[in-house]
Design a protein around this ligand. Structure first.
Ligand SMILES: [Ca+2]
Length: 222
C-alpha cells in the first residue's frame, strides 16, 4: 500500500516538470508575443516620431553650421577664379597686341575683351580667352559669380587711349553671396581688389584705384 502511494507520488512528480516546462514554454511564447506586439505597436507611433524629430534637429544644426562655411568657400573659390581670369585677360591682351589683326598698320590691344575670342584670323576665332568668358562680358551675365566689364564701358571710353591702354573690372553679382571684392586690372598686369560694400556701380572705379588711401590693394598671387 505504502509502495503504491509512493509510486503515485513519484509519477506525479515525474509528470510535474513536463507540465511545468510546457506551461513555461507557453508563457515564454506569450511573453515573446507580448514584446513583439508592444515593440511593433510603438514603432509605428511615438518612437518613430521621436527618431524623426531628433534626425531633423540634428540635420538642422549641421546645416546651420555648414551653410555659412559652404558660402564662404564658394565666395573664396569665385574670387580666386576671377583673379585668375583677370590675369588670363592680361596675358591674352599681350598676345593680341603682337598682331595687326585689322591691318590698319597699328598694333593695338583689343578694345573689348570679347575681341580676344571673336577676332577672326583666317576666318577662325582667335580664342585667346575661352568663349564663355568672352560671352559673359557682352551678354552682361555673370560668370563664376562675377560681372566682367571693359574699362571703357564704365569710364565712358573717352579718357583712355586703347592703343596703349586696356582695363577690365569684375563686380560680384551678389555681394556676400557670390563674391565680396571688386577687381580691376590694367596694362600693368597687377590685379587690384577692394571690398566696396554693396555698391554695384563701377563709376569712378578706375581712377580711384591709384588714389592714395582709396583702400585698393593688390590681389593675392596665385
Ligand atoms: Ca591694328
Amino acid at each position: 500500500m505504502q509502495y503504491l502511494e509512493r509510486m503515485k507520488v513519484t509519477r506525479r512528480n515525474q509528470n510535474r516538470p513536463v507540465a511545468h516546462g510546457l506551461r513555461n514554454l507557453h508563457n515564454g511564447a506569450t511573453i515573446m508575443q507580448d514584446l513583439t506586439d508592444r515593440r511593433g505597436g510603438s514603432r509605428s507611433s511615438g518612437f518613430t516620431m521621436i527618431e524623426l524629430l531628433v534626425a531633423i534637429a540634428v540635420i538642422a544644426v549641421l546645416a546651420a553650421l555648414a551653410i555659412p562655411n559652404l558660402l564662404q568657400s564658394k565666395i573664396a573659390s569665385n574670387e580666386t577664379a576671377t583673379i585668375s581670369s583677370m590675369r588670363t585677360y592680361v596675358a591674352a591682351q599681350s598676345m593680341y597686341i603682337k598682331t595687326d589683326f585689322d591691318q590698319d598698320g597699328r598694333l593695338t590691344y583689343a578694345e573689348h575683351f570679347r575681341d580676344l575670342y571673336y577676332t577672326l584670323r583666317s576666318g577662325v576665332p582667335l580664342g585667346l580667352i575661352d568663349r564663355e568668358f568672352a560671352d559673359a562680358g557682352s551678354a552682361d551675365k555673370p560668370r563664376g559669380g562675377y560681372f566682367f566689364e571693359d574699362l571703357n564701358s564704365f569710364e565712358g571710353g573717352s579718357s583712355f587711349d586703347y592703343t596703349v591702354e586696356f582695363g577690365l573690372s569684375a563686380l560680384p553679382a551678389g555681394y556676400r553671396k557670390s563674391g565680396i571684392n571688386t577687381f580691376v586690372v590694367d596694362a600693368s598686369g597687377c590685379v587690384f581688389q577692394k571690398d566696396r560694400g554693396s555698391n554695384d556701380s563701377l563709376g569712378g572705379v578706375y581712377p580711384d584705384v591709384f588714389a592714395a588711401g582709396s583702400g585698393w590693394i593688390p590681389a593675392p598671387p596665385e
